[in-house]
Design a protein around this ligand. Structure first.
Ligand code: 0YR
Ligand code: MG
Length: 372
């Protein structure tokens, strides 16, 4: 399984709504920036990271894949994921400028493509290749009904539909208005609409400071919030630890963390209850497994963030013993040979060989961007 070519690609895929916002981002497309790796025996592996479809920075990721990493991979055995990960991540000149950000997102794409190749060569879906899945269900929670840009009526209609028609028992609502009372009012209305049995998580996307979070948590005490995600600035371990000690609402975070070292700091500080690694921001599946094992060692649940819109995390979550819940955002699924599928709030286990990352040829033709 020698690597014959490593080619980057950029896709900008439209969302299901025209545009959405959380407290800190407004987007109209999801960027799928990655690589197709072809082996000398003709196998094709696909891996990608997820972006906000900002073309200039997507081109930096693509260039890191094509110009920095590809020469280090050509002719190597694609099965050697750990050796190749170390070669790329610890390359003296590249780690000088990298270790996080653009270079790590590019590393994620390559690592995922290597695992896709390994599972395809074995003829197994990734979850099976990794060691087999649990038999109990993987629950999906719906994020796509809860954007902060939705007015109250849209929020309530979407929540009711997700619960009553689509069978979700879990939803996530974005928070982070300047006045936290606005969020408390929206959440109280959703709680009233969906009833006490539905699990409602919330996501602040790092907007508020510690006093605002503390005030919000006091105001939201009776709303039975399942978790409070990214309450504070992503890298601020100490403030998250303080908040965790001062509220009964469990803290969730990790979607903005690049490394196992970053996760270790939050876990060591007691600053996180729900660990949210993202295979597209960590250095791919290789580093994701290390973080999931770190969480397991601390008996913390892992609820991955859907940077790849759960195409890969569905495999990892059915396999790894720490995961029973997975984010659901249906924006890009129909661009893949094997889309994620959720029925009655439960993920279907993928069946095809590989990591469910193979992009349809039509999608490349229609939504592909020039590499610049
Ligand atoms: C929109 N999920 C998140 C989307 C999402 C963001 O910018 O990327 O809300 O990544 O926080 O939990
Ligand atoms: Mg989030």
């Amino acid at each position: 399984m020698k690597i014959a070519s490593v080619r980057p690609f950029i896709l900008h895929l439209p969302l299901t709504s025209d545009s959405i916002s959380d407290s800190t981002h407004s987007i109209t497309h999801w960027g799928v920036v990655g690589t197709k790796i072809v082996t000398t025996d003709g196998l094709e592996g696909y891996g990608f990271t997820g972006t906000h479809a900002h073309l200039a920075s997507d081109r930096l990721i693509a260039s890191c894949i094509g110009e920095c990493y590809a020469p280090l991979l050509l002719g190597e055995d694609a099965s050697d994921h750990q050796r190749l990960w170390t070669r790329l991540a610890r390359h003296p000149s590249l780690q000088w400028v990298g270790r996080a950000g653009i270079t790590h997102l590019a590393l994620a794409a390559i690592d995922i493509a290597l695992w896709d190749l390994k599972a395809k060569r074995a003829g197994l879906p990734l979850w099976s290749y990794l060691g087999g899945a649990r038999t109990d269900a993987l629950e999906a929670y719906n994020t796509d009904i809860g954007w902060i840009s939705f007015d109250l009526d849209t929020l309530l209609r979407g929540s009711a539909k997700a619960v009553e028609e689509d069978g979700f028992t879990r939803i996530k609502i974005k928070v982070g208005h300047d006045d936290p009372n606005v969020d408390v009012e929206r959440l109280a209305a959703v709680r009233k609409r969906v009833g006490s049995r539905i699990r409602i998580a919330i996501d602040g996307n790092g907007k508020w400071d510690l006093p605002t979070c503390q005030r919000f948590c006091a105001l939201a005490r009776d709303l039975d919030i399942y978790w409070f995600e990214e309450p504070l600035w992503y890298d601020d371990v100490a403030s998250h630890a303080t908040l965790a000690r001062n509220t009964s609402i469990p803290i969730a975070l990790g979607e903005q963390l690049y490394t196992i070292d970053a996760f270790r700091s939050f876990v060591d500080a007691g600053a996180v209850a729900y660990v949210q690694p993202d295979v597209t921001r960590l250095g791919g599946i290789t580093e994701y497994i290390q973080v999931a094992d770190l969480a397991l060692a601390h008996r913390l649940p892992v609820v991955p963030h859907a940077g790849e819109m759960s195409q890969v995390h569905v495999h990892l979550s059915y396999w790894h013993p720490t995961s029973t819940i997975l984010e659901y955002i249906p924006w890009i699924k129909d661009h893949f040979e094997e889309p994620i599928r959720v029925e009655g709030g439960i993920y279907k286990r993928p069946e095809r060989a590989g990591a469910s990352t193979t992009v349809l040829a039509e999608s490349f033709a229609r939504y592909g961007k020039s590499l610049g």
